[in-house]
Structure formats: C-alpha cells, structure tokens
Design a protein around this ligand. Structure first.
Ligand SMILES: NC(=O)c1ccc[n+]([C@@H]2O[C@H](COP(=O)([O-])OP(=O)(O)OC[C@H]3O[C@@H](n4cnc5c(N)ncnc54)[C@H](O)[C@@H]3O)[C@@H](O)[C@H]2O)c1
Length: 226
C-alpha cells in the first residue's frame, strides 16, 4: 500500500492536500465505484452490506458520472482505465483506490499520495495461473505440442516413428537443460518450483534477494546476466 504517512515520509512527499470531503467523517453508507470492467464478484458480497457500489464501466474519467467524482470514497479498478494526476484531482471525496491486480502502472501513485488517497494492490493476484501459463509455453517450445496438434488438425497422418520424428523436429529433452529466471519473486519462484519438477536445472538472477535463498529453494544463483 502506498500513500500512508510512513511512505510519504520516506519519499519526502509534501503533506497531502485533503479536501473537506476527503478528510471529514465517513458517510454511513459510503459510495464505492468500480471504475472499469464489470466483474467485482469477489468484492461485492463484502461491500453490499456496507457500501453503495456504482458500476462505471469507464475507459477514462471523462466517462465517469459527476456524482461518483464528487462522492466516491473508494474506487476499485482493473487495468483498462488509467488515473493520472489530472484524473485523480477530479475525485473530490476519494480516500482509497484498490487495483484489482498486482501492478500499479496505471495509477500515478505519487500524485495519489500527495492528494491523500491511499493506493492498494493485490500482490498475490494470479501468481499460480501466470506460473502455470509460463510453464505451458515453455513446455510447448520444448515438446512442440502446439505445432504437432495443428498438423493433426490439418489432416496430417503419421504412419511411423520416422514421420513423427520429422514432424516434431526442433523438440528437445528437458531433463538437464538450463532454465534462467530473471526476478525470483512470487511468480519467478512459482515457475522455478514447477520447472524443477520437470527436470530443468534452474538458475536465477535477482540482486535484491538475501543470500542463501538459492539454498532453501535448491536453485543456482547467478550474479550477472552475461
Ligand atoms: N499478467 C498477469 O496476470 C500478472 C499477474 C501477476 C503479476 N504480474 C506481473 O508479473 C511481475 C512479477 O510479479 P510478482 O508478483 O512475481 O512480483 P514480485 O515483486 O513478487 O517479484 C519481482 C522480483 O523481481 C526482482 N527484481 C526487481 N528488479 C529486478 C532486476 N532489475 N533484476 C532482477 N530481478 C529484479 C525482485 O527482487 C523480486 O524478487 C510484475 O511485473 C507483475 O505486475 C502479471
């Protein structure tokens, strides 16, 4: 979460300018807006008893209703909309933005902090799915599954091992081959664990992790990308 007092101190940011609507007492039933996208099926059961939820389905703040800009205390956002300083300034009562996802590239976090708006994300969003998809693509490159399946779909008949070998040209054995991972965070380490199980020799580059992490995960650490 950014925009907290501690973060502000660390970043040397100015004291936030709090509009009255932002600093006054919280309304009994605050207005929360889902700015873009239509899915808030996880959040809705929690919010429905304590807040009024507005679905904006907007691509930019020009499409957001005046009432939401004036009264929304919380905003949920996917990745379609972007909130730069001039967008954030349009929200008169906003206190918190929640990115439904891990990246906050589409929010000017510094401007939000200066305006007294906290920005939260969901760091664990999709970790396993991204790691699974990453492995799926890597396995496909090694085992050529996509191209072989396409050949069969296009009517190719295999009459013997020679033909299969020709068709699968470019496929390679995984066991003992080296997979390099840049950034061994949540997703990187989830990929590393999966890749190890397939027999890859996994190496990684991540200068920000403490010494010894390679030992606890049974990986090989490298200190340069060259
Ligand atoms: N497409 C999706 O659905 C999806 C879902 C989740 C995350 N993501 C993205 O995937 C990326 C990784 O997410 P995560 O949750 O694993 O993040 P994370 O913060 O857990 O891990 C990032 C790792 O990268 C390392 N790192 C930072 N700078 C580096 C550098 N210059 N060289 C090497 N390593 C460096 C950090 O030390 C950290 O260990 C993020 O950009 C995130 O936004 C995408």
């Amino acid at each position: 979460m950014s925009g907290s007092l501690d973060n502000r101190k660390q970043l040397g940011l100015k004291r936030p300018r709090l509009d009255n609507a932002r600093s006054g007492p919280m309304p009994a039933r605050p207005l929360v807006a889902l700015l873009d996208g239509r899915d808030c099926s996880i959040e809705m059961p929690i919010l429905k008893d304590v807040a009024t939820v507005a679905f904006c389905d907007a691509q930019s703040t020009t499409e957001i209703h005046e009432k939401v800009l004036n009264e929304a205390v919380g905003a949920l956002m996917w990745h379609t909309i972007s909130l730069q300083r001039e967008d954030l300034e349009k929200f008169k009562a906003l206190r918190v933005i929640v990115r439904i996802g891990s990246g906050v590239d589409n929010v000017d976090v510094k401007a939000a902090g200066e305006l007294g708006i906290a920005v939260c994300n969901v760091p664990g969003y999709g970790v396993e799915e991204v790691a699974d998809s990453t492995m799926c693509l890597i396995l496909n490159l090694y085992r050529r599954t996509y191209w072989l399946a396409n050949m069969v779909r296009d009517g190719k008949k295999f009459t013997g091992p020679e033909q299969v070998r020709d068709a699968a040209q470019g496929s390679a054995r995984i066991r003992g081959d080296t997979l390099g991972i840049v950034g061994l965070g949540r997703i990187g380490s989830a990929v590393a664990l999966r890749a190890k199980a397939f027999g890859f020799n996994v190496i990684f580059y991540d200068p920000y992790l403490p010494d010894g992490i390679e030992k606890s995960l049974g990986l090989t650490r490298v200190y340069t990308l060259q």
